[in-house]
Ligand binder design. Structure first.
Ligand code: BJW
Ligand code: ZN
Length: 244
């Protein structure tokens, strides 16, 4: 496996919520704690839920935003920065594609991250489209209002919504051209993000998965490193950077 990484020319890494779990951010399918325990996240992450109850949905995202501001990148995020640096030194192409909305990859120092599902930090007016970043404490009104009077919502991608076109195109272009694909901390249940692995596989890329649990993609992988990303990735990088 180390040889495959060393021999790769173009690497794509797809990350999911599992990578941020060790930073204290619950995965999407983890039961939400406290106030939110009685809600199904899949029922809140839809345009229909926002139309029905904009206060509940925006408060949920706002609380998640504030929780993210207390979170710090973990050793898994940092190892992916090292991997990007190492690829650069070795003349390899490296593309990091994330489904996460927390920007912890960027906080760790990853560059040119492709965000497929948007960001919890950016809020967009549903009337005029104006976007603004929110970094402070909880907003004082849910849903927050734009200067134009319109409701503002988090600039994330909900079920049934299109992904940002440019991000999607760039991610598929990279997956179609890569020879090594790493799927890390994602259940692989949500499309079109999950299809990236198949696009890579169609191009005969080798597939490496890192996850404590098997996923539907595991059967297709060349290697499965079973365990938390925050432990596996630093070890992998240490082995990679050792003298051969
Ligand atoms: C660890 C770990 C550790 C734990 N280390 N690992 C039928 C009807 C309507 C639509 C569809 C349909 N069938 C399919 C669709 C399409 C739909 C979809 O995929 N649905 C499926 C659920 C079936 N997709 C869409 O709607 C997308 N849009 C689209 O397709 O547009 C075209 C279209 C329009 C209309 C109709 C049809 C098509 C949009 C998808 C947007 C997803 N958005 C969310 C919410 C973002 C904002 C928010 O966070 O609230 O994105 S959903 C949620 O899932 C979030 C995540 O990014 C995404 C992926 O989840 P992820 O990251 O894999 O997390 P988990 O929790 O699932 O898994 C965590 C993993 O980590 C697990 O495997 C653990 O084992 C592991 N783990 N600890 C490493 N320490
Ligand atoms: Zn507006």
């Amino acid at each position: 496996m180390l040889a495959a990484i060393r021999n790769a020319h173009a690497m794509v890494v797809l990350t999911g919520a599992g990578v941020s779990k060790e930073s204290g951010i619950p995965t999407f399918r983890d039961a939400m704690d406290g106030l939110w325990a009685k809600y199904d996240p899949a029922e809140l992450a839809t345009p229909e839920a926002f139309a029905r109850d904009p206060e509940k949905v925006t408060r949920w995202y706002d609380e998640r935003r504030v929780r993210c501001s207390a979170a710090r990148p973990n050793p898994g995020h940092r190892a992916l920065v090292q991997l990007q640096d190492w690829c650069g030194q070795q003349g390899k192409t490296f593309t990091l594609v994330t489904q996460n909305i927390d920007r912890l990859h960027q906080a760790a120092g990853s560059r040119d991250v492709i965000e497929l599902h948007g960001s919890v930090w950016v809020w967009r007016c549903v009337e005029c489209g104006m976007e603004r970043e929110e970094r402070g404490p909880l907003l004082d009104r849910h849903p927050p209002r734009c200067d134009c009077g319109g409701f503002r919502r988090p600039a994330v991608v909900w079920f049934g919504e299109m992904l940002p076109e440019r991000a999607l195109q760039d991610a598929f272009a990279a997956a179609e051209q890569c020879d090594l694909f790493l799927s890390i901390g994602t259940s692989g249940l949500v499309t079109p993000a999950a299809d990236l692995l198949y696009a890579a596989k169609d191009n005969k890329a080798l597939i490496l998965e890192i996850n404590p649990e098997p996923t539907p993609a595991t059967a297709l992988t060349d290697w499965m490193l079973q365990g938390p990303a925050g432990q596996i990735l630093p070890r992998l990088l240490a082995s990679l950077c050792e003298d051969r």
